[in-house]
Design a protein around this ligand. Structure first.
Ligand SMILES: Nc1ncnc2c1ncn2[C@@H]1O[C@H](COP(=O)(O)OP(=O)(O)OP(=O)(O)O)[C@@H](O)[C@H]1O
Ligand SMILES: N[C@@H](Cc1ccc(O)cc1)C(=O)O
Length: 432
């Protein structure tokens, strides 16, 4: 059984800084000394705005996991109520309101995703991670009480001075609804409620949550005259500074039905060299000295692929388990290396979803036609040239017959054929 460091031995804040988990922090020194002297309860909230988490969400979730590891008590809040309203923080336009039953279904999905990679009820940890839903308290909150007891502490003058609100107010065609404008009060009330009922003294979130976190701290101070704290994690972006999120195209989802484990694994293998070590610090438990050592070697061509593979393996295993990783590795080997085909039906299904380009063809088609349809060749004469030059394989077996017509033995699992041109270009044929 693993043992976990006791709270008194670990400088959690320093540890989190070292691993790149902190963007902003309130009262660093006081919080640090509290964290070293007793076990605290902290929380992070996630609104169900989709049916799956994505890789950006892993940053605050893994940060909660670190707190748990060092003996603190994390709470994950799912925004059954705030998800009905929509957080306007740094959003250029009003969000679409989702129906209540959809939000309920998304909450269930997100809950099961979280429990697959976060120990919610482990005997190995001194503290379980609780999941709460703010619909529980908001559904019984009276509007008059809320406006009188909470609303009075919020100054509209201050609220409209936030940059993203100013921006929304300026835009004639967009503006901001009273619904979204109220969001900040709801998140602040959550912190207040969790402080009162669960003794929560720290809220974490991505750096876009700083304003909401500070408002909650302020509310608790005004009502109870007590100090509470906030930490934001950096918003992870691609090398082109695009936030890992769901608003962007090419979101990398945690749900294997939305992003296959193979695509997930490939994503990490293909990130920019400059990002590998900082991602190792955040997404893996790899020793910091080892990562620093690798960081120094990152200009060495030998170390780059090894380091990326380590990252891809560790994070794929964390999210998709041993089987998911094995399958991603098997598909990689089959697509990129000289290796006899040994894909399972499930592997083919992953490739068809988002792995490689695919086309749907009718039976009895010729190889030449398939090469053109798949865009592996621009014309039939080019297709013939590729076949003659030994560049074409069907299910990894070289095909030299220019007049070849596909038959049943090519249709693996009665559905798929892997067509390749040289080492780099592949297409999956799905048979009608
Ligand atoms: N790329 C990211 N890096 C770090 N934290 C993130 C990232 N994306 C989201 N988070 C954090 O996860 C929590 C929930 O995020 P939220 O649902 O608002 O984000 P999102 O799914 O990226 O939304 P959207 O793409 O619509 O902006 C917040 O604390 C947020 O700051
Ligand atoms: N506002 C957060 C989610 C959240 C909801 C309620 C909270 O109490 C805290 C955080 C987001 O959009 O990501």
């Amino acid at each position: 059984m693993k043992t976990y460091n006791s709270i008194t031995n670990v400088d959690v804040i320093n540890y989190l800084y070292e691993r790149g988990f902190i963007a902003q922090i309130t009262n660093k020194n006081i919080l640090n000394s509290i964290l070293q002297s007793k076990s605290i309860t902290l929380y992070c909230g996630f609104d169900p705005t989709s049916d799956s988490l994505h890789i950006g969400h892993l940053v605050p979730l893994l940060c909660l996991k670190k707190f748990q590891k060092f003996g603190h008590k994390p709470i994950i809040l799912l925004g059954g109520a705030t998800g009905l309203i929509g957080d306007p923080s740094f959003k250029d336009s009003e969000r679409q309101l989702n129906p209540m039953n959809t939000i309920q279904q998304w909450i269930e999905k997100i809950k099961s995703q979280i429990s697959s990679f976060i120990d919610l009820n482990s005997k190995n940890h001194p503290h379980n991670i609780h999941i709460v839903n703010n619909y529980t308290w908001f559904s019984s909150t009276n509007i008059l009480t809320f406006l009188r007891d909470i609303g009075k502490f919020f100054s509209i003058n201050k609220m409209i001075n936030k940059d993203f609100i100013k921006k929304r107010l300026k835009e004639d065609n967009c503006g901001i609804s009273y619904t979204e404008f109220s969001y900040n009060l709801m998140q602040s009330y959550d912190f207040f409620y969790l402080y009162k009922n669960y003794g929560v003294i720290l809220q974490i979130g991505g750096s876009d949550q700083w304003g909401n976190i500070i408002s909650g701290i302020d509310l608790i101070r005004r009502i109870y005259n007590k100090k509470t704290y906030g930490i934001t994690v950096p918003l992870l972006t691609t090398i082109n500074n695009i936030k890992f999120g769901k608003t962007e195209k090419n979101t990398i989802w945690i749900d294997p039905n939305k992003t296959s484990p193979y695509k997930f694994y490939q994503y990490w293998l293909n990130i920019d060299d400059k990002q590998v070590c900082s991602f190792l610090k955040i997404f893996t438990d790899m020793n910091i000295e080892q990562i620093n050592f690798l960081e120094k070697k990152m200009n060495n061509n030998y170390f780059i692929p090894i380091t990326k593979t380590t990252l891809a393996e560790k994070i794929t295993k964390l999210i998709h388990g041993k089987q998911g990783l094995k399958s991603a590795q098997r598909i990689t080997k089959n697509i990129f290396y000289d290796h006899p085909l040994d894909l399972t039906l499930e592997d083919f299904n992953q490739l068809a979803k988002d792995g490689i380009p695919s086309i749907i063809l009718k039976k009895d088609i010729t190889l030449q036609q398939a090469l053109v349809e798949s865009k592996l060749a621009t014309s039939k004469s080019q297709a013939r040239y590729f076949i003659e030059s030994h560049a074409i394989t069907i299910n990894k077996i070289k095909q030299l017959n220019k007049q070849y017509i596909f038959n049943n033995t090519d249709r693996l699992f009665n559905s798929y054929t892997l067509l390749k041109k040289g080492k780099k270009h592949s297409c999956l044929i799905q048979w009608k």
